[in-house]
Design a protein around this ligand. Structure first.
Ligand code: TMP
Length: 236
């Protein structure tokens, strides 16, 4: 399958139309941004890592009956996907307190949550992706109540699969962000799951092995991404 026209360029990926109107190609870039584009940089080979990790994890989810937009990995940086009508929501699942949960509610970083917390944010960079509840999402026309229930259930099911997978690889799945879209009357998981969109800590040392190394200038960014790739892909 070949790229035809550029449909959209985001902060970390380009999306191309293809000869098949039902399929798009996601091209993963090395560009990195944080804090809604306020911090910018590049992470060498990030696109290669994120494509490989995302394809592996989407394949794993499919094996567990969770439908995703993945069709196949085309090359180092290219993923062939079903074209989705993207739902303008970012669904975040948290197992351990970190990031904005710590800032917003005062949890101590590292607190293990009794039950996962699921949050939805409005996907709108101009508004800085505000946290929203179901009433906001329905009022804004983001999704119906039924669709929101599907998103929450799906996010919890994905969390269960990924938590087990990462634990086996000696990684703690602290939190992660998901995006979904509509396709032929169904809701599919879209976008990516990678060290850009997850917080992953080494199970023993609690070392951060994700984009927080870039966000907070912790150093060793490339090494952390390749260590995640190694554990996800090589330890099978
Ligand atoms: P947060 O603690 O900053 O709200 O982030 C929660 C999780 O979501 C974390 O794993 C990083 C991920 N995330 C994204 O993938 N994209 C974003 O724009 C934000 C804010 C967070």
């Amino acid at each position: 399958m070949k790229k035809t026209t550029l449909l959209y360029e985001g902060k970390a990926k380009k999306v191309f139309l293809t000869e098949n109107s039902d399929l798009v190609i996601q091209e993963f870039k090395d560009d990195a941004t944080a804090f809604n584009n306020k911090k910018k940089g590049t992470i060498a080979d990030k696109g290669v890592v994120n494509n490989a990790v995302s394809c592996k994890l989407f394949g794993l989810l499919e094996k567990h009956g969770i439908t995703t937009h993945l069709v196949e990995k085309l090359s180092d940086r290219d993923m062939l996907c079903k074209k989705l009508d993207i739902i303008k929501a970012e669904v975040v699942v948290r197992n351990i307190a970190a990031g904005s949960l710590v800032k917003r509610y005062g949890f101590a970083e590292g607190t293990v949550l009794d039950r996962p917390i699921v949050e939805i944010y409005l996907k709108d960079d101009d508004l800085d992706d505000p946290l929203m509840n179901e009433s906001h999402a329905v009022a804004l026309g983001v999704a119906t109540l039924d669709e929101l229930a599907v998103l929450k259930n799906r996010a919890e099911a994905i969390n269960a699969v990924l938590q087990q997978f990462f634990t086996e690889r000696k990684l703690m799945l602290v939190d992660f962000k998901l995006e979904f879209g509509r396709h032929d009357g169904a809701i599919l998981l879209g976008d990516e799951i990678s060290p850009d969109t997850c917080r992953l800590w080494d199970l023993e040392t609690k070392e951060k092995l994700d984009k927080d190394r870039f966000r907070f200038d912790l150093g060793g960014v490339e090494d952390a991404y390749s260590e995640v790739q190694r554990r996800v892909l090589e330890l099978d």
